[in-house]
Design a protein around this ligand. Structure first.
Ligand code: SF4
Ligand code: SF4
Length: 383
């Protein structure tokens, strides 16, 4: 077993990587009470924090890779230990030493793909705009009102391309002056940063920022809460500030301005899942619900654990790229909650949530009972 205590001045290394808040922990255990991992197995953030405070972290263990950065425990912590930043600090050390638990090994391939092709799926950069074929989507040019940044999953994933296409259809219908960057768009870098790869994040962010500036971008519309979070809260570290808007916010603006008209009813029972990076991390809870409430015929039902207490899908913090064993997937629990309140459609507004929910629909065999949709797909159906 390799132990960080074997390395000199390891507590300093943790501090240097942003983990100084570890020492504030007084072991109340509140973090473990709310952590979704403890619904599917045994995991202790309290233990990780405690071991790190003494420089005793086992960087070969799977545990340092488990946190999905869902944001639930930092809200409970009475000592402001900053579990997410602290946990990422440990991953930075593991990344620096090239030590990856088996479950975290896919991250190395992801990094290669991000550096080579600008996306985590090893898809060709030149195909990044293929999702838009036949939709009259223009290349972004200076002076346009909005840059639409679909992000990696909506650009390449066959299921999620439908969300990008729905979004472009809506924007065209509303007469929005928008364009895309296509092959010039890079991954936003949010999730690779949470795996501890600061260097990869900085490279992606700098390239995107240069492209935005070179093209005169001022306002960026995103579909992914992860792009939203990093553009809004992390890119300002590079002394830039772009106006960033998430599709759920923009939809309600378009509807309230009379730029989108409903021509059909959506006569289904729908429940809304708050993505961690839209809700807890950025406080956007009302806009998606306002959009859904405007849709004729739609019945909106709330699940237990909604809004600030939303149950994580399991995809944040780079977990979307790691193997999660059957029986340990939070998304299975979320689908059961949706079915439990009588929903026919589980709607959300995040590519990772949709990817995990679609997987769970198949693995827990509820594909005939529950649909999974992005909010943009529902709007596309009723305009
Ligand atoms: S941020 Fe979420 S997943 Fe990570 S330890 Fe806290 S509650 Fe668990
Ligand atoms: S909630 Fe905060 S103080 Fe309590 S055990 Fe967790 S990290 Fe420590």
């Amino acid at each position: 077993m390799e132990n960080v205590a074997d390395f000199k001045e390891i507590v300093d290394a943790i501090k240097a990587n942003g983990g100084e808040a570890f020492k504030l922990c007084f072991e109340c255990g509140l973090c473990d009470v709310v952590c979704p991992w403890n619904r599917v197995g045994i995991f202790s953030m309290r233990k990780i924090v405690r071991e790190a405070a003494f420089g005793l972290t086992d960087i070969e263990s799977e545990d340092i890779w488990r946190c999905t950065t869902c944001g639930r425990c930092p809200q409970q912590c009475p000592r402001d230990v900053k579990q997410i930043e602290s946990g990422v600090a440990l991953r930075r050390i593991a990344t620096e030493y090239g030590v990856f638990h088996t479950s975290a090994r896919p991250i190395r391939t992801v990094r290669g793909s991000l550096m080579g092709e600008g996306n985590p799926m090893n898809e060709a950069r030149k195909n990044r705009a293929n999702w838009a074929e036949g939709l009259s989507v223009k290349a972004f040019a200076e002076g346009m009102e909005i840059l639409y940044f679909p992000g990696c999953y909506l650009s390449y994933d066959p299921r999620l391309k439908k969300v990008a296409r729905a979004t472009a259809t809506i924007l065209n219908r509303a007469g929005v002056d928008f364009g895309i960057l296509g092959a010039k768009e890079n991954c936003c870098g949010e999730s690779i940063r949470k795996t501890g790869d600061e260097e990869a994040f900085k490279r992606l962010a700098r390239e995107n920022i240069k492209t935005f500036i070179d093209h005169g971008v001022k306002k960026i519309l995103v579909s992914s809460p992860h792009c939203y979070h990093t553009f809004k809260n992390e890119y300002p570290e590079f002394r830039v500030n772009f106006e960033v808007i998430h599709i759920s916010q923009y939809l309600i603006e378009l509807i309230n301005a009379g730029r989108l008209e409903f021509t059909k009813e959506y006569g289904k029972k729908v429940t809304y899942h708050d993505p961690c990076y839209l809700g807890r991390h950025n406080g956007i809870y009302d806009e998606p619900r306002e959009v859904l409430k405007k849709i004729p015929g739609l019945e909106l039902i709330e699940m237990p654990e909604s809004r600030i207490d939303s149950l994580c899908c399991g995809g944040g913090g780079g977990r979307i790229w790691m193997e999660t064993q059957k029986g340990e997937r939070f998304s299975d629990l979320r689908l059961e909650q949706a079915i439990g309140v009588g929903a026919e459609v589980l709607v959300t507004s995040c590519p990772y949530c949709i990817a995990n929910f679609e997987d769970s629909r198949l693995t827990i065999d509820v594909a005939d009972t529950l649909e999974t949709k992005d909010i943009a797909e529902i709007i596309q159906e009723v305009i």
